[in-house]
Design a protein. Structure first.
Length: 332
């Protein structure tokens, strides 16, 4: 049985802990957080079943630990991930993999040299609704992609080490990468505003992919919570609304039928307003699935679906988006 240690028991770490604990094929070895008060909270739940430490080197120096799961602030991923890989441990790391491409490439080659697994928790790829969307798309039901619109709005949690794109849009970029089979990016543009943080707290990212266009909004400053994805295809359209408990995923037979290609430089089209249906979704926890996929990769030694390469493709877009934001300031 693979032995795993969790580092970071802040906001998200407790969810990772719960799902490691639930997985009876993983041995939960340690919970580590540099803040003792966080460990005290963990002890109330896991009591004697795990070891607790404020010192990460306890884990690094324990040869019986096979893997490290990092749920620390994004800015701390690189240093701790590097230590884990140098100590020969497989790595589960929360999204975004790192806060820049160069660090990510270095971690990737460290893992390659040592034959270690890197699994980045692009959690939405393991979500039953996104899996179902992929199934529908792969059987050709929506036709070709025209437009993918994503929004992640809420009040909080304001971060100071990354902007809202690196915090939230990273999920949408991972979803688009997964649904479209890694479509090539042609250009990236972003706008945003800094409020209540030194980082951009509200952002709008526009990505021109080879064959379709995507718009992605992220905000830590919104009165309502929205987690929505609209996929408009040439045949059908899909809406995924994570906040809607009943109609999470709806497939619409809507679109335009092109009557004649071009007539005096204009398309002759007719709107189609057909039926909609709600696909049945498996009752599964995306985080559990993600951790189980990592466990499976550790056993089989196969690359994760969301490995360093997949994560680097996403971070590369985020870096280009940051450059676009910076160019706004220079011109402004
Ligand atoms: N997959 C998801 O849907 C999802 C959701 C939220 C957050 N996240 C990711 O999870 C990560 C953590 O986010 P968070 O909001 O929980 O952050 P957080 O600041 O609430 O918690 C981070 C914890 O790590 C601890 N820590 C930092 N450096 C440490 C070290 N060297 N040794 C031991 N402990 C250390 C801190 O004390 C803190 O308790 C981020 O990368 C974030 O992007 C993922």
């Amino acid at each position: 049985m693979k032995k795993i240690a969790l580092v970071g028991y802040g906001y998200w770490g407790p969810n990772v802990a719960k799902n490691i604990y639930r997985n009876k094929n993983l041995e939960f070895a340690y919970i580590c957080d540099k803040r003792q008060e966080r460990l005290n909270l963990a002890k109330d739940i896991y009591a004697e079943s795990v070891n607790y430490t404020v010192d990460y080197t306890d884990i690094i120096e324990d040869p019986s630990v096979d893997a490290v799961a990092l749920a620390v602030e994004t800015s701390a991923h690189y240093e701790l991930a590097k230590m884990a890989l140098l100590a020969g441990k497989d790595l589960y790391v929360e999204k975004p993999f790192t806060d820049n491409v160069q660090d990510a490439l270095e971690l990737k080659s460290l893992a390659l040299e040592r034959g270690l697994i890197i699994h980045v928790d692009h959690i939405m790829v393991y979500h039953p609704a996104i899996r179902k969307m992929k199934e529908i798309i792969d059987r050709g039901e929506i036709g070709d992609f025209i437009w993918i619109d994503c929004s992640r709005l809420n009040l909080g949690q304001v971060k100071n080490d990354v902007n809202s794109m690196w915090d939230l849009t990273v999920h949408d970029l991972a979803i688009v990468e997964f649904l479209t089979g890694g479509s090539k990016v042609k250009s990236v543009k972003a706008m945003g505003t800094k409020m209540y943080s030194s980082r951009y707290s509200i952002t709008q990212l526009m990505v021109q992919y080879e064959d379709f266009f995507s718009s992605m909004r992220a905000s830590w400053i919104s009165p309502i919570k929205e987690r929505k994805l609209i996929v408009a295809g040439t045949k059908k359209m899909i809406v995924y609304d994570d906040v809607d408990v009943v109609n999470k995923l709806v497939v619409y037979d809507k679109g335009f039928d092109v009557k004649e290609e071009m007539e005096y430089s204009q398309y002759v089209v007719k709107a189609r307003n057909g039926d909609a249906y709600i696909p049945q979704l498996n009752v599964e926890d995306a985080l559990y699935n993600s951790l189980e996929h990592f466990r499976n990769c550790m056993v089989t030694r196969e690359q994760s679906m969301t490995d360093a390469d997949a994560a680097i493709r996403v971070i590369d877009i985020l870096e280009r988006a940051d450059e676009s934001l910076d160019s706004l300031i220079q011109r402004g």
